[in-house]
Design a protein around this ligand. Sequence first.
Ligand code: KGT
Length: 288
Amino acid sequence: MGVFKAAAIQMRSGTSPERNAADMEQLVREAVAMGASYVQTPEMTGALVRDKDAKRTVFTSEDKDVVVAKARQLARELGIHFHIGSTAILRDDGKLANRALLIAPDGTTLASYDKIHMFDVDLDNGESWRESAAYEPGTDAAVVDLAGLKLGFAICYDLRFPQLFRTEALAGAAVLSVPAAFTRQTGEAHWHVLLRARAIENGAFVIAAAQGGLHEDGRETYGHSLIVDPWGRILAEAAHDEPSVIVAEIDPAQSVAARAKIPNLKNAREFSLRRFDGEPASLRGAAS
Ligand SMILES: O=C(O)CNC(=O)[C@H](CS)NC(=O)CCC(=O)C(=O)O
């Protein structure tokens, strides 16, 4: 792809995939009316459901999923690349995957990515999350080629693991994607700075479609969908948590220019760790 317009779709997904697919459709049509040829929806576009057991009645396999079917139909009708930020997919082995899908303008699947890092965290406001109780983590980073433009995948909490983005940037990704359902508390503290850091340190665009507001399942998410350029500038932001669309122009040449100005990807070096802290040398190196 040459220069194109990308949209991030901000949603407030409830517990019904059918209703969420309908909300998604309306916002995607808005995005395409604004000129977008690539649209990205947030993590768990299909449904946000807190109860671990209830998830199994709400979610289904990829071929029966209503959000996936709707995305294929819209991609074909509108001639766009449709990035489902994620939806929960019931795998053949009975486990759930938190899965992103990139659908081509002909409606076929170009790539998929299963979220690697599970959000198992206790926040100091009493919020407690155990994503690994319901989902099976993925094991593979992923990069897809969109007519000459490479895009790397990530989902939400993955944002805190820079080595994932570095792997994708070194594979040539000029756009890094971070669909999310960030909590309000952690979003206020960390969202903008982490997204801008991933863009700057990799010389890549970052596109992050977010869930926002008070959801049917009781959770509150931060919103503030963001598109950042390879120099760390915010190109577009939803400065609130309402369902909405943001659009920005993506010129892949800007990634090349940023990497020429600051060639840190090329200047990276192997190193070992000398320990002066009494720990044995065999423990050297940071665990990922
Ligand atoms: O559970 C589901 O149904 C969908 N998954 C999520 O909402 C996930 C796991 S609970 N949320 C995050 O990763 C938020 C990360 C975050 O907020 C941070 O890193 O600060």
